[in-house]
Design a protein around this ligand. Structure first.
Ligand code: C5P
Length: 243
């Protein structure tokens, strides 16, 4: 427990902001309905690929910011470095907090060079991939080793944090320290878990105990019978974990 208290003290992040809800819906109207329903229970939202195709990505960001919400632009940029830098520039000066980059050293470096106040998060290994998926992609290594190596390089290049499963968070903290941000998607209750595409999953409690600063939660809230109740339950677990 002490480890968590120490981490919390070092970073100025309020407990309620540590839950980032993924707005994985097709249109702005559905996103707004979910945000209205969640009300004060959620103050940080992730807008990903699906909403980027809606035609309302930036107007929705404005709408959320008018309501005091923080924004993670999860666009997982992967392109030649010049194009990545030019895309990141489109997101600066908009009071967006995080953007994700899914690339190699040169792409991360290009993003860091133009980031201004925007925090650059490097995707390590998607939480939907396991050891066999990596082998299929041609990586002959353990998932944890690849996560650690990609995280180390990202931090050396000036990224603000990494996205990894909670399964690797403890090792990242042990090897790379406490300063950088760890954002963990793939959050699932382990009991009564519905099978889906996420393979490296942890509970809310485990993610924070192992050193995550933020969790990203999509379907467990979006698809809940009572999304606000689900968000409140997660916020209560976070508050307790950080006591
Ligand atoms: O529905 P679920 O809780 O699995 O949502 C997870 C969200 O986090 C999705 O929007 C997905 O794009 C995102 N994400 C992820 N794994 C990463 C990075 C982002 O699942 N490594």
């Amino acid at each position: 427990m002490n480890r968590i208290v120490n981490r919390q003290a070092k970073k100025d992040i309020s407990a309620d902001e540590r839950l980032i809800v993924a707005l994985d819906v097709p249109r702005a109207a559905e996103a707004k309905a979910l945000v209205d329903q969640l009300g004060d229970s959620v103050s940080f939202y992730k807008l990903g690929l699906e909403l980027s195709m809606s035609g309302d990505y930036f107007s929705l960001i404005d709408w959320l910011q008018e309501r005091g919400k923080k924004i993670f632009a999860d666009l997982k940029f992967f392109d030649v470095p010049e194009t990545v830098a030019r895309a990141v520039r489109q997101l600066t000066d908009r009071n967006i907090h995080f953007v994700s980059i899914h690339g190699d050293d040169a792409m991360l470096k290009a993003a860091v060079a133009v980031k201004k106040d925007l925090k650059i998060l490097a995707v390590t290994v998607l939480t939907s991939l396991n050891r066999q998926d990596l082998a299929d992609l041609g990586f002959q290594c353990e998932v944890e080793d690849l996560v650690l190596s990609r995280a180390r390089r990202a931090l050396q290049l000036g990224c603000d944090g990494v996205i990894s499963s909670g399964l690797e968070a403890a090792r990242l903290r042990d090897r790379l320290g406490e300063q950088f941000l760890v954002i963990s998607p793939g959050i699932r209750p382990l009991e009564n878990r519905r099978e889906d595409d996420q393979k490296r999953v942890v509970t809310v409690e485990q993610a924070f105990a192992d050193g995550a600063d933020y969790i990203v939660v999509g379907r467990p809230i979006r698809d809940a019978v009572n999304p606000k109740g689900a968000a409140d339950a997660i916020q209560a677990i976070i508050a307790h974990a950080l006591l």
